[in-house]
Design a protein around this ligand. Sequence first.
Ligand code: NDP
Length: 398
Amino acid sequence: MSKVLIIGAGGVGRVVAHKCAQARDVIDAMTIASRTRSKCDAIAAEISSLPVKTAQVNADDVAQTTALIKAEQPQLVINVALPYQDLHIMDACLAAGVDYLDTANYEPPDTAHFEYSWQWAYQDRFREKNLMALLGSGFDPGVTNVYTALAAQDYLDEIQELDIIDANAGNHGQPFATNFNPEINIREVTAVCRHWEDGNWVETPPLSTKHSFDFPEGIGPMNIYRMFHEELESLVKHIPTIRKAQFWMTFSDNYLKHLEVLQNVGMTRIDPVRFQGQDIIPLQFLKALLPDPGSLGPLTTGRTCIGVIARGLKDGKPRQVYIYNICEHERAYKETNSQAISYTTGVPAATGAVMMLSGIWKKPGVWNMEQFAPTPFLERMKSLGLSTVVVEGEWPRL
Ligand code: NDP
């Protein structure tokens, strides 16, 4: 039996705690630590099936985090703080000799650019210490990588094209809000778009390519916009037959209208602006004004649909497969007090933790999700609340 240390007590941290508490065959104790301890205490109060401790930590301080890990002695640190903390928490795990898992790749605070190179550079250090780091164990990245591995294992001899499509067909009723940390969300959405084509990254302006996609199970047509997402980088590296890989996300006209105005007036800037004698980062100030994503849970209705369409060859003939999950916001809230975006991230994080702690996914070094067997992960994820649908057919090329 194992103990986990969860760092970060936002919407995702809440779901991870609930779901780790349900994995009683593997996890029998947890500590939740974050910058604001009262948020950890509020989550701990919702869990009664196992002992939960809480702690205050600034995860940017490697010595402080190392001391916490040594004091708590977990078998695994689950990092669901912000991407800025990734390298600091990896350093602390190395110093304390404990395995590591996260859901988003490292991003330097002063540049809106994210890529795996900084974390892949830890490969030798983790391997030499016989420790494991599992990167991107959320839904996208995370389950989308596992779905791609499933397509390669069971449906296609060679994946040639990949479209990852993320729909939030839900409604929170707010004029403008983001479903996860507003600062990270807006940095991601406003970044230059990159997709993979014939061995190169092709850059296009943010959200400049749009299609209508007919989502399954009664969700129906919605506008999807192409953007860069981090799993594209690891997938084209680890599955080199992929000639074209794109990521698409739905946005409402209302969200895009607000975003455009906020960008035009400078509110999404991440450089310091001098205001009344102090430096202010406009995007951080905007975050303070916007609804806390954690508060959207009781307000959000509808469903999410996130999945991959993989196209390629099977027995020399063209074949296409669409692998997806549908998650209901209301059901997620009823179960964990969080809406489906936090839920679809937290369940795979807890599932990845179970895979590592039970030794099913276990090897020293730094790994992405598609580098492990997909089936045990998907079976365990189903028992923790997220099921998978596989459909073969034909979909229009995007
Ligand atoms: P929130 O902003 O709701 O929560 C982040 C938590 O981290 C807060 O409790 C915050 O503390 C804490 N934190 C921030 N900085 C520090 C620090 N220096 N030391 C300790 N704690 C800190 O974010 P979410 O829960 O929505 O998202 C969590 C992570 O999940 C993010 O990295 C996000 O990118 C990722 N994510 C991944 C997805 C996927 O599918 N792969 C999808 C959605 C999110 P405080 O409350 O004091 O600010």
